[in-house]
Design a binder for this molecule. Structure first.
Ligand SMILES: Cc1cc2nc3c(=O)[nH]c(=O)nc-3n(C[C@H](O)[C@H](O)[C@H](O)COP(=O)(O)OP(=O)(O)OC[C@H]3O[C@@H](n4cnc5c(N)ncnc54)[C@H](O)[C@@H]3O)c2cc1C
Ligand code: FES
Length: 425
C-alpha cells in the first residue's frame, strides 16, 4: 500500500467518524425537541427551552417526559409578592422527585382542587389554570396567584373560590394536583424579531416567564416590557425587573402607573403615568416590526388588540391571552352570518331541548342560562373542565382550544352548534 493510499484511508475514516458524530447529535436534538413539544400541544414553533441557570438549580431535563392526567406537587414555599398582600407565588416541586419537563414560556398549569363550597359547606371540585411565572427548571414550577374579591357592591357573593383557597388554605407542604404545562400563548422562538410584552395587572405572569427565560439564556433579542398597574402597591417583582433593566442592554422596562401614590416619583418609581395604550407604544417604540404579546384585564385587551391592528400591526404579529371568560372578548364572538338560524340543542340527561341562536353565546352560556348543571373552570378553552360528550351533530370553536379534547367530546365554553346537536349533559 502506498503512502497516498494510506493517507486517503485515514482521511475517509476521519470523515466517517465525523459524519457518525453529527448524525448522533442530530438524533439527540430531535428526541429532545419531540419531548418538549409533547408538553406543548405539539406546537410546531417550539424548540427545547434552554437555561443558563442563574437563580435556579438546574435546566429542565431533556429526559423528563410529560405526564398524563394529574400529578401530585408539594408546595415548597410561598412568597407574598405585593405590598397589598393580594398576590402570592407558590413554588411547586413534584412529590415523586422526578425531573420536570420543560415548557414554553407563557404556558400555564391546570389545577384540580377540592374545596369547601362557602354556600353549602359541601366539598366541591374546581379546575383552574395559572400561568407559569418563571423560566423552566427541572426541580420546581412557580405560579403567582392574585386573590379575587367579591364583585364591587355585592358583599353577599363569595369571593373567588380558587384564589381564596390558594391564599388562605394552601401552605408550605400542601399537596396539589396539577396537569402538565400547556397552552398556545407562548414565546415563538423561531421568530427572531424584537418583542413587545404588555402585561396588565396579574397578566404580568406569562411575561415574567418570557423575560426570565430569554435573559437567563443570554438572548440578544430586543425586549420591551410594558407593565401596567394602578401604583407600586400592586406591582410585583419590581426590584427583579429593575435589576434586569440595569443589567441587560436589550431589555427595556416601562412601568406604567395609572394612579401613582403621592410618594411615588415619576422616572424613578415608574416611567409613565397612565394606562398602557397605543399612543404610549407609538411614542416609545421605534418604527420597525415587532412581535407583540398582550395579557391583561378586559378593558386593556379590548382596546389594545384592535388598536394595534388599527395602528397597522399585522394580526399575525399579535399574540394575546385573556385570563377571563373567552366570550368577554369581542373577537371571539360567533362570526356574524355564519349560523344565523336557530338550531336545536338537546341536553339528554337534563331532558331539555333548547333553541340556540348566535346571541345565546357559547354552549356553556346556553346551558347556564337554562339551569342545566355543567362543570366549568377557566371558561376560555384552557382547563378542560366543561368537556362534555357530544352524542350527535357538530360544533365549531370560537378560538383554538388549549385543553386536550377526548374523542367524541367538545368544550362547551368556546363552542357553538353547527346544526342540531345532542349533548350528554
Ligand atoms: C390560561 C389562564 C391563565 C391564568 N393565569 C393566572 C395567573 O397567572 N394568576 C392569576 O391570579 N390568575 C390567573 N388566571 C385566572 C384564574 O384561572 C382564575 O380565573 C382566577 O384565579 C379566579 O378564579 P376563582 O376561583 O378565584 O374565582 P371564581 O370563583 O371563579 O369567581 C370569579 C369572580 O366571580 C364572582 N362570582 C362568583 N359567583 C358569582 C355570582 N353568582 N354572581 C356574580 N359574581 C360571582 C366572584 O366573587 C369573583 O369575583 C388564569 C386564567 C387562565 C384561563
Ligand atoms: S371551562 Fe375550561 S375549558 Fe371550558
Amino acid at each position: 500500500m502506498t503512502v497516498g493510499m494510506l493517507a486517503s484511508i485515514i482521511v475517509i475514516l476521519l470523515l466517517l467518524q465525523l459524519a457518525i458524530l453529527a448524525l448522533v447529535g442530530l438524533y439527540r436534538r430531535k428526541i429532545e425537541y419531540r419531548e418538549v413539544n409533547a408538553c406543548a400541544n405539539d406546537s410546531p414553533a417550539a424548540p427545547a427551552p434552554q437555561r443558563t441557570a442563574s437563580s435556579g438549580t438546574g435546566e429542565p431535563s431533556a429526559q423528563a417526559t410529560c405526564w398524563e392526567g394529574f400529578r401530585d406537587f408539594r408546595v415548597q414555599r410561598r412568597v407574598v409578592e405585593d405590598r397589598k398582600g393580594s398576590i402570592c407565588s407558590f413554588y411547586l416541586a413534584p412529590v415523586d422527585g422526578r425531573p420536570l419537563p420543560g415548557f414554553m414560556p407563557g404556558q400555564f398549569l391546570t389545577f384540580r382542587l377540592t374545596i369547601e363550597d362557602p354556600l353549602t359547606g359541601q366539598p366541591k371540585m374546581l379546575t383552574r389554570c395559572y400561568s407559569l411565572s418563571d423560566s423552566p427548571r427541572s426541580d420546581c414550577y412557580r405560579v403567582s396567584i392574585k386573590r379575587v374579591p367579591s364583585p364591587a357592591g355585592q358583599p353577599g357573593v363569595p369571593p373567588g373560590l380558587s384564589s381564596s383557597h390558594f391564599h388562605d388554605q394552601v401552605q408550605q407542604g400542601s399537596i396539589l394536583r396539577v396537569k402538565a404545562p400547556s397552552g398556545h400563548f407562548h414565546l415563538m422562538e423561531d421568530e427572531p424579531l424584537p418583542i413587545v410584552l404588555v402585561g396588565g395587572g396579574i397578566g404580568i405572569t406569562p411575561m415574567l416567564s418570557i423575560v426570565n427565560s430569554l435573559l437567563e439564556r443570554g438572548s440578544q433579542r430586543q425586549i420591551w416590557l410594558y407593565y401596567g398597574v394602578r401604583n407600586g402597591s400592586e406591582a410585583i417583582m419590581q426590584e427583579h425587573l429593575r435589576t434586569l433593566d440595569r443589567r441587560h442592554e436589550n431589555f427595556h422596562l416601562h412601568l406604567c402607573y395609572s394612579n401613582p401614590g403621592e410618594d411615588e416619583r415619576a422616572f424613578v418609581d415608574y416611567q409613565h403615568k397612565g394606562r398602557v395604550d397605543i399612543p404610549l407604544l407609538r411614542n416609545t417604540l421605534q418604527l420597525m416590526r415587532y412581535k407583540f404579546y398582550v395579557c391583561g384585564p378586559r378593558p386593556m385587551m379590548e382596546s389594545l388588540v384592535p388598536g394595534l391592528e388599527a395602528w397597522g400591526v399585522d394580526a399575525r404579529d399579535i399574540y394575546y391571552e385573556s385570563f377571563g371568560p373567552a366570550s368577554l372578548f369581542g373577537q371571539q364572538k360567533p362570526k356574524p352570518g355564519k349560523t344565523m338560524k336557530s338550531v336545536a340543542v338537546n341536553f339528554r340527561r337534563s331532558g331539555k331541548r333548547i333553541g340556540w341562536s348566535p346571541n345565546a353565546g357559547s354552549l356553556l352560556e346556553l346551558a347556564e342560562e337554562n339551569g342545566i348543571a355543567v362543570e366549568s373552570g377557566c371558561r376560555a378553552g384552557s382547563c378542560g373542565g366543561c368537556q362534555t360528550l357530544l352524542e350527535s351533530g357538530e360544533v365549531e370553536y370560537l378560538q383554538q382550544p388549549d385543553a386536550e379534547i377526548e374523542s367524541g367530546h367538545c368544550l362547551l365554553c368556546i363552542s357553538t352548534p353547527k346544526g342540531d346537536i345532542t349533548l350528554a349533559a
